[in-house]
Design a protein around this ligand. Structure first.
Ligand code: CMC
Length: 391
């Protein structure tokens, strides 16, 4: 009983007011704090974008130096967290390890965290942005049986992460600037996307006054699903399964057949009924990065053929299904030698900036309330309990 609006999947419900990110899904527009995503992708850096999302304005040089210093000096993870990682099975998925390890940070920073203190809230955000790459790389190295590397704080954010991922003792890692630049750009594109499932999760958990590390861990869990961030891993697996351009038509036919249970991964979006502006940038970038790295990946041809065929097909045209951010990102990650099971982890590193920006915004929102949706009850009417021997 009661008078509620039924809105399964929240297709028409605004859960909060936010000044962080603007999307016009019909026009294919994405702005972070008013700045178009293509300008940020071309001119900014991930750390600058993280500052922008959190603080609302681009930093001046002094502000950027201070933010960068803070992030750099919180990159270490507590040594005891290693024991936590060591408890996972050798074949644990890095997303499971990331989710668990980030949640465990709430135990390291709990009693001392006063959420009423703006400086402590800011530090929680800084710590999350700083430690996520360290934990992500450690999870990856554990999954392949390599000893973890400590963060090298003389490097920038992305290069430091690449070192922690790939460096082996006594062999200095020759970092290709093309790789570092491409990864930085991918982090920018993934940094925020207003009330997507994972950010809404962070806000829902945050609305109860929960510890911010636990909130972000919940966001990571939501991101992992194939309908959300898990799609980038699923896209690559799908392209590998399709294998060659001549199999594209049958894949399209299968995606159109509702009985098949198969969807074209990396296609469609709740908000974009036009090209996802991030997909446009990534598409261009894929050709550039593969060219610069001299990588000739036959999966790119499969992806291009698939995109072309879907964009011409009535089924996809009528439903306004376009490639989304995850469609091409996997091909770039693969060219950068990021293993497939780390793709969604990459997304999580970038999105952490958005998650903490939303969490911080919520903490000072005078209209924020505990998130508590209602339901339409469809169960049994009142009835009397029957003893087990009489059922
Ligand atoms: N392949 C085939 N059919 C599709 C697809 C697809 N990828 N996406 C949607 N449809 C169909 C769907 O079956 C439905 O058809 P009908 O109207 O005949 O019932 C119609 O299009 C509308 O789809 P919906 O499921 O009602 O739309 P939604 O807004 O609930 O879902 C989505 C959005 C992204 C979950 C969905 O498009 C999808 O599952 N895509 C594949 C997974 C994917 O790429 N996810 C990444 C999303 S973008 C980045 C991110 O969040 O990580």
């Amino acid at each position: 009983t009661g008078c509620f609006t039924y809105d399964a999947g929240f297709t028409a419900t605004a859960s909060c007011k936010s000044a962080i990110t603007y999307i016009d899904g019909d026009a294919g527009v994405l702005l972070y704090r008013g700045y178009p995503i293509d300008q940020l992708a071309e001119k900014s850096s991930f750390l600058e974008v993280a500052y922008l999302l959190i603080n609302g304005e681009l930093p001046d040089q002094k502000q950027f130096a201070a933010f960068s210093h803070d992030v750099t000096h919180h990159t270490m993870m507590h040594e005891a967290l290693k024991s936590f990682l060591n408890g996972f099975r050798h074949d644990a998925h890095p997303m499971a390890m990331l989710c668990g390890s980030v949640a465990s940070l709430s135990a390291f920073y709990h009693d001392t965290l006063d959420l009423n203190d703006p400086e402590q809230r800011r530090m929680a955000a800084v710590r999350l942005i700083a430690k996520i790459p360290t934990i992500a790389a450690a999870a990856y190295r554990y999954s392949i049986g390599w000893p973890i590397r400590y963060p090298r704080n003389n490097l920038d954010y992305v290069s430091r992460f690449l070192h922690m991922m790939f460096e082996v003792p006594s062999e200095p890692l020759e970092l290709n600037p093309v790789v570092a630049k491409a990864l930085d750009l991918l982090f920018i594109l993934h940094a925020d996307h207003e009330q997507n499932a994972s950010t809404s999760t962070v806000r829902l958990v945050g609305s109860t006054g929960a510890n911010p590390y636990a909130c972000v861990s919940a966001g990571i869990a939501a991101l992992w699903g194939p309908a959300h961030g898990g799609a980038n891993e699923a896209v690559l697996k799908m392209l590998e399964e399709i294998g060659t351009p001549d199999k594209v038509e049958s894949a399209i036919a299968r995606a159109k057949d509702k009985e098949s249970g198969f969807r074209l991964m990396g296609f469609g979006h709740r908000v974009y009924k036009n090209f996802d502006p991030r997909a446009k940038i990534i598409r261009e970038m894929t050709h550039k990065v593969l060219g610069e790295l001299g990588v000739d990946d036959p999966l790119l041809e499969v992806a291009m053929k698939l995109e072309e065929a879907a964009l011409k097909d009535d089924y996809f045209v009528q439903r306004k299904l376009y490639p989304n951010v995850d469609f091409y990102s996997g091909i770039i990650y693969k060219a950068l030698k990021i293993p497939t099971e780390m793709f969604t982890v990459m997304f999580a590193i970038g999105r952490t900036a958005g998650w903490v920006a939303h969490w911080l915004e919520q903490q000072t929102d005078p209209e924020a309330k505990i998130g508590r949706p209602r339901q339409i009850y469809t169960g049994a009417d009142t009835r009397d309990y029957v003893a087990i021997d009489r059922r």
